[in-house]
Design a protein. Structure first.
Length: 94
C-alpha cells in the first residue's frame, strides 16, 4: 500500500482495489472456506476498514482505514489488540 504513495500516484489509487476473483475463488486460493472469507469481509466492513463500492458485483473494495488494514495484515506487530478486535470481534480465542 505504500508503493503508489511514494511514487506520486493519487491516494485514491491506493484505496481502490479491484478483486478479479469471487469470494469462492479467494477462499480456494487461500485454502479457506467461503464462509471464513465472507465473515472476514463482513467484519472488515462493519468496523469501517473497507467498503464495497458496488455491492452487486462485489469486485471493487475501497480501503477506508489503510493504516488499520496494514496493522491487521501484520505490518505492525505492536497492534495485536487491534487485530483481536476486528478479526475476532473483541473475543479472545485460544
Amino acid at each position: 500500500m505504500k508503493f503508489p504513495v511514494r511514487n506520486g500516484l493519487p491516494e485514491d489509487h491506493v484505496r481502490r482495489v479491484e478483486l478479479p476473483m469471487c469470494r469462492q475463488d479467494i477462499a480456494d486460493y487461500l485454502g479457506m472456506t467461503i464462509e471464513t472469507v465472507s465473515r472476514t469481509f463482513t467484519r472488515l466492513i462493519s468496523k469501517g476498514v473497507v467498503r464495497i463500492e458496488n455491492a452487486v458485483a462485489r469486485q471493487t473494495i475501497l480501503i477506508e482505514k489503510p493504516l488499520l488494514l496494514a496493522q491487521l495484515a501484520g505490518d505492525d506487530d505492536d497492534h495485536f489488540d487491534v487485530r483481536q478486535t476486528v478479526v475476532h470481534g473483541g473475543r479472545h480465542r485460544h
